[in-house]
Design a protein around this ligand. Structure first.
Ligand code: GTP
Ligand code: MG
Length: 201
């Protein structure tokens, strides 16, 4: 898919105030600092469409971007950086869960995980929560430039093994690097195919 236009629309802490339009929507979620905002810039080939920072907690609101005038990309705040809580649920900002529970336009979520780390309970619990709430999701492994190809394979295999303990099938997954433009066509092609499916439904 070619990105012809990418515009910032609005920021919100209240899902009720998000754009009313029923355009198909794709949301990026994951731990703080995992690279959500960087990935959005990489996908849209816009250096600073979404604000990024080396310090966790940069994105604090629900940010809507309009792409090619026909779908929305959503940058969300990260979960789980302030404090490691016993229950991951307590850490998720309320409006993030409200966003996922109420946003009917959402076609799929992309859950970002840093490819360098072992599977983290907070991410697995978030995926579990999405599954329980019937929200489709894919996994996006980020920062693949930080590992050698063999290590990438090992980390992905380890992740799959953990997922198969609770899931019957492995969700779609993508291996990306925002600094190396890696995985861009795969993610955009996937979004394109979902957008096309919606039109023929
Ligand atoms: P919050 O908004 O705080 O939740 O973070 P975020 O998930 O939006 O992360 P952000 O995109 O702001 O990136 C966090 C840090 O990781 C920044 O210092 C980025 O430069 C770095 N980063 C993001 N993606 C990549 C990547 O693919 N490779 C490398 N090496 N660094 C990356
Ligand atoms: Mg961010």
């Amino acid at each position: 898919m070619k990105i012809k236009s990418a515009e910032f629309i609005m920021s919100n802490s209240d899902v009720a105030k998000c754009p009313k339009s029923m355009l198909p929507e794709y949301a990026f979620i994951g731990r703080s600092n995992v690279g959500k905002s960087s990935l959005i810039n990489m996908l849209t080939s816009r250096k600073s469409l979404a604000k990024t920072s080396g310090r966790p907690g940069k994105t604090q609101l629900i940010n809507h971007f309009l792409i090619n005038k026909n779908w929305h990309l959503v940058d969300l705040p990260g979960y789980g950086y302030a404090r490691v809580s016993k229950s991951a649920k307590k850490v998720f900002q309320k409006f993030i869960t409200q966003y996922f529970a109420l946003r009917e336009q959402l076609v799929t979520a992309f859950v970002l995980v840093d490819i360098r780390h072992n599977p983290q309970p907070i991410d697995l619990e978030f995926m579990q929560w999405l599954g329980e709430n019937g929200i489709p999701f894919s996994i996006i492994f980020t920062k693949a430039d930080k590992l050698k190809p063999k290590a990438i394979d090992n980390h992905v295999e380890a992740y799959k093994a953990i997922l198969l303990e609770t899931w019957e099938e492995i969700p779609n997954y993508f291996i990306t690097s925002s600094s190396k433009d890696m995985g861009k066509e795969d993610v955009l092609g996937y979004i394109d195919s979902l957008n096309l499916n919606m039109k023929t439904d």
